[in-house]
Design a protein around this ligand. Structure first.
Ligand code: PHE
Length: 461
């Protein structure tokens, strides 16, 4: 006899867990950087539109596909749209597997910077240390990279091991409030800095002459990644929603919180950057640069209470990353649990272990290891890490997302989707007809545009 399926204990539990999945390195690491590169304002506005017209409808679609079947990605898509759709679920599981394998490496860096910043808080920031050198030294140190990513993998496995309500939900209930609290402290401190006005102007004053078509596509691509869409994470989390909970309300809350946090993180980082003379020209030309090269030094030289906020900032990054990695491991484990009938404890350790093998490859990508550091399948993307990132962001998530819009909009019956969304729990503002229009027309066309752009050579990683 199989055991009854574990459920989120309440709507709040679901929202916190799913928001935890959504808020991650995408919010703290990627969004501020692409906003910087695309000159803020107009880009941010376009991003907000993408979130509402593409992200929100797909979020509802994934959650409803999951709840309807009470199965993880593969089983849920088969049941929703037909046996062949299991392939799309499998594609999602594979995307989760690969994404987790390298996401863990960046997550590991946050542990390193946390430890370092504790040292700086008590010992002082070493004068004259080139922050870029410190970064290169740590990514180039194979033993250190393996230790960091192993620690992070073990933490991820430990949470998923305990299951949905006792593991994932419990951790989200503890960590998300801490994460919000740290962000609030950082925000208050950042707004008090001299550069905050300029930062707010940069982020919120739209100047459309600065926006290029590539920026629009980038905003669209990122809206997928940041909401954890396109690879079955939300289908899996949706499968633990009980009939009493509202998918529409939960989707609205998850999407709103994720967006708010991305904006707050951006305001914080830009306020710091604009407060330091000359810094805005120096921001390193990559997301890694902003988070792990420019900011550490600034915390200790420019930010009020930086000695406390510096370490807290890296705790924030680690917590945000952990609530995302657990959702990725859950996608893979729940597939093995549901489809291969392997008990959770065993499945979690097996999947986590298998993924870690590939994490090793990603972790050694910066250490000058032959093949892992040099492999180049996609032009200009040298190394295992960059190759995996390119493949997932450019191909796997958009293709997965596109297929999910087709499944929900065209292959499921109107009746089936309506019953999930309009069940007496939905808020007043919700119009089923509008959702159906977006999921059938707007979302597939928009995601289709990303795929065409990728085929034509654009890069979203
Ligand atoms: N949404 C996460 C982030 O912003 C990444 C992620 C994608 C997590 C897909 C799970 C599934 O970092």
């Amino acid at each position: 006899m199989s055991q009854p399926r574990d459920n989120w204990s309440s709507n709040v539990g679901l929202v916190l867990a799913a928001t935890g999945s959504a808020i991650g390195l995408g919010n703290l690491w990627k969004f501020p950087f692409i906003t910087w590169e695309n000159e803020g304002g107009a880009f941010v506005l376009v991003y907000l539109i993408c979130i509402v017209v593409v992200g929100l409808p797909i979020m509802m679609a994934e959650l409803l596909i999951g709840r309807r079947s009470q199965k993880s990605a593969v089983g849920a898509l088969k049941e929703a749209a037909g046996p062949w759709w299991g392939v799309v679920g499998g594609w999602g599981v594979l995307a989760g597997f690969i994404l987790l394998s390298y996401y863990t490496v960046i997550a590991g860096w946050s542990l390193y910077y946390f430890a370092q910043s504790i040292g700086w808080t008590f010992g002082g920031y070493p004068a004259g240390m080139a922050a870029g050198d410190l970064f290169n030294e740590q990514v180039g140190n194979a033993g250190l990279q393996l230790a960091l990513s192993l620690s992070f993998s073990v933490a991820t496995i430990a949470v998923v091991y305990f299951g949905v309500s006792k593991g994932i939900e419990r951790i989200a209930r503890i960590f998300l409030p801490i994460l919000f609290g740290i962000l609030l402290l950082l925000l208050v401190s950042a707004l008090g800095m001299s550069g905050s006005g300029e930062a707010l102007g940069f982020i919120f004053r739209a100047n459309f002459s600065e926006l290029e078509m590539s920026g629009v596509l980038e905003a669209l691509g990122h809206s997928f990644f940041t909401l954890s869409l396109g690879m079955g994470a939300m289908i899996t989390y949706g499968s633990y929603i009980s009939r009493k909970q509202s998918i529409v309300k939960a989707s609205g809350a998850i999407v709103a919180l994720d967006t708010l946090i991305a904006l707050v993180a951006t305001v914080i980082m830009f306020s710091v950057i604009f407060s330091v003379a000359g810094m805005s020209d120096e921001v390193s030309g990559s997301p890694v640069g902003m988070l792990f090269i420019s900011l550490p030094e600034l915390f200790y030289t420019a930010v009020p209470f930086g000695v406390v906020l510096g370490p807290l900032f890296y705790v924030l990054v680690a917590l945000a990353a952990l609530t995302s990695t657990i959702s990725l491991l859950e996608v893979v484990s729940s597939y093995v649990i549901d489809e291969h009938r392997i008990p959770r404890h065993k499945a979690t350790v097996l999947c986590g272990g298998a993924i870690f093998v590939f994490t090793i490859f990603a972790a050694l990508s910066f250490t000058g290891t032959p093949f892992l550091s040099t492999l180049e399948i996609f032009a200009g993307k040298a190394g295992w890490f960059a190759t995996a990132d390119h493949f997932v962001s450019n191909w796997m998530l958009p293709i997965g997302g596109f297929s999910i819009t087709l499944a929900a909009g065209w292959f499921m019956t109107r009746n089936a989707t309506e019953r999930e969304l309009v069940d007496g729990t939905e808020p007043r503002w919700f119009r089923y007809g509008a959702w159906r229009f977006f999921i059938r027309w707007v979302a597939p066309l928009a995601v289709g545009a990303i795929i065409v752009a990728v085929i034509l050579g654009r890069d979203f990683s």
